[in-house]
Design a protein around this ligand. Structure first.
Ligand code: OXD
Ligand code: MN
Length: 591
């Protein structure tokens, strides 16, 4: 294989070449540019993006290598109502996905795509999801007319020749097409074709809708492939906990969008927990497969972080503050007069004046937020000072614990452990969370979000839960399963638990449970820490009464909660595994 240079193809793979040719003939770009992933190329593409006004160079003294981008104000979050799973039948996609027949959707979207790149460049972006040489890694191509997408894919994935080399002459690559069109919500579709391992996204330029390796391939198509091939594609961070003796324990955790996965994956433990450290492997997605030793191994398919900016500060995530101080693209934050960025919840006081995310003048008296609540940073994982070297291990890491968690002001205690895998699947399946700004609409309402996968499961959610139950048979040493809630409030509306770095205390109990060295007692929900088995030393104001409050199980709240489990089960009833109904009966009996 020849290396690609100056935008020419670097592959002899006939399937790739003929598909790119077919799409170019359809979209009619003025120029086709093949990305090779080199540093020189990135520099040149950034210069082009700056020259055309897509990016603005930030103050190199304050934020070296950083750039600023504003999206169209109508295009700032994932749009679940425009996201479709075009499986062969509607039943396969299930009641939690929008569906259209593949033929009809192809016709509609090829209609929009036809001639849509006239006067523009089509960037061919080959990318690898997973470490090179990993048996779990997959190759995708994104053909896009957005230079912002090409640059973002360069940070979020292993992009360019590395992917062509991994693919060789194989044909099992994901075919992704992205056309910006005129960024009109009525012509916005994020469509997945599981049978063809293909994705077409039109009418948006917002990351979650258009960085096709992420939600589209790694989760929606990935979940379909995982079911067929015997592995799991999950909306989970992966972290390694190092104990004072140097022992490393790996944990995966599923929280819905914008509920603190990135903060948890990059946690700095409080000084009181001397010698305990957290290392990041991934902050959003885990691909997990049983290994030859009977444990469940996980890789992070991504190579960068597309994280929510507001609220990032030296208390919530000190490592992220350092990570985004250089070589980062900021989207929809506020811009200060000295060409730095600002957001709500940043360290220090607000600027006296700046431009808000829409480019309008903003002062601290303004009623609107300066940064959009879903404004984002795009940073390569190499920037992360807590990056675990294992993030590049082709074999992945063995997972000892899986944690589920949502954003709940009431009902859910700080932490409990499921009795076993089957019970843990029930706990994950019935997860609820208050909605956030990561998706359009509904912010604040509690919705059921099984395994935090509601917007990302590419097939019938009942079959997905069955896949979880079946996986138990393939994993000789299954991870222990836990549920956490950092967001429980007291009657005055104040958070009961301090959160952030103090979450290490809960994580330590979880790790110690995995190694059979922490006490627990049985409750109706599962195993819970005894008051003295959670290390609370040095946590000022956290009295035993507060511990009781944060762990309380109130019967009337649970009656309501179980009714809401029932609503989800009714929706999934045709394919709901009966094991989950039994689990519900057991929970009722215990309560
Ligand atoms: C994300 C999301 O951006 O879940 O990761 O929306
Ligand atoms: Mn996510």
């Amino acid at each position: 294989m020849t290396k690609s240079t100056s935008g020419k193809s670097g592959t002899a793979n006939k399937a790739v070449l003929s598909w790119v040719d077919q799409i170019a003939k359809l979209c009619k770009p003025d120029r086709v540019y093949w990305c090779n992933g080199s540093k020189a190329e990135r520099k040149a593409l950034i210069a082009e993006a700056v020259a055309s006004g897509v990016l603005l160079k930030l103050n190199p003294k304050k934020r070296p290598g950083c750039y600023y981008h504003r999206s169209n104000p109508n295009d700032v979050a994932r749009v679940e109502q425009s996201t479709f799973m075009c499986s062969e039948s509607q039943e396969e996609a299930g009641p939690t996905n929008n569906w259209m027949a593949p033929k009809e959707m192809y016709e509609r979207l090829y209609g929009y795509a036809a001639g849509s790149m006239r006067g523009r460049t089509l960037y061919v972006v080959p990318y690898l999801m997973g470490p090179p040489g990993s048996p779990m890694a997959k190759v995708g191509f994104e053909l896009t007319d957005s230079i912002y997408v090409a640059l973002s894919m360069g940070a979020m994935t292993r992009m360019g020749d590395v992917a062509l080399e991994e693919l060789g002459n194989r044909e099992d690559f994901n075919r992704g097409l992205h056309c910006m069109l005129d960024i009109h919500p009525e012509r916005r579709y994020i469509s997945h074709f599981p049978k063809d391992n293909a994705v077409i996204s039109v009418g948006s330029n917002y990351g979650g809708n258009v960085l096709l390796g992420k939600k589209c391939l790694a989760l929606r198509i990935g979940s379909c492939l995982g079911r067929q091939e015997g592995w799991m594609a999950e909306h989970m961070l992966i972290l390694g906990v190092e104990s004072p003796t140097g022992e490393k324990t790996y944990v995966a955790a599923a929280f819905p969008s914008a509920c603190g996965k990135t903060n948890f994956a990059m946690m700095m433990p409080p000084a009181r927990l001397k010698g305990w450290r957290v290392w990041t492997i991934g902050d959003d997605i885990a691909w997990m497969k049983p290994g030859p030793d009977g444990r469940l191994y996980a890789i992070n398919p991504e190579a960068g972080y597309f994280g929510v900016v507001p609220g990032t500060n030296s208390q919530s995530n000190p490592a992220a503050v350092e990570m985004i101080s250089h070589d980062t693209i900021f989207t929809n934050v506020a811009l200060t007069p000295d060409l730095d960025v600002w957001w709500e919840g940043k360290d220090g006081s607000p600027p006296r004046e700046c431009l808000d995310w829409k480019g309008n003048k903003w002062t601290p008296d303004s009623r609107e937020k300066a940064a959009h609540p879903n404004s984002r940073f795009t940073a390569p994982m190499a920037n992360n000072p807590l990056l675990a070297p294992e993030a590049n291990d082709p074999q992945g890491v063995p997972i000892s614990a899986i944690i589920f968690g949502g954003r709940r002001s009431d009902t859910m205690p700080l932490v409990f452990q499921a009795f076993n895998w089957g019970h843990g699947v029930y706990v994950g399946a019935t997860m609820g969370s208050e909605m956030t700004a990561a998706a359009v609409g509904g912010a604040g309402q509690v919705r059921r979000d099984p395994m935090a996968m509601l917007p990302f499961c590419g097939y019938h959610m009942g079959d997905y839960l069955r896949h979880w139950i079946n996986m138990h048979k393939a994993i000789k040493h299954p991870p222990r399963i836990f549920h956490v809630n950092w967001f429980r409030k007291d009657q005055q509306g104040a958070f009961l638990w301090p959160g952030f770095g103090e979450n290490m205390r809960v994580l330590k109990w979880i790790v110690d449970r995995c190694h059979a060295r922490a006490d627990a007692e049985e409750s109706a929900l599962g195993w819970v820490p005894k008051p003295d088995s959670l290390d609370l030393a040095g946590l000022s104001n956290f009295t035993p009464a507060r511990f009781e409050q944060v762990q309380a199980i109130h019967a009337e709240e649970w009656r309501r909660e179980i009714m809401m489990h029932e609503e989800l089960f009714i929706k999934l009833h045709t394919r709901l595994p009966k094991e989950l109904i039994f689990q519900r009966e057991l929970l009722l009996a215990r309560l």
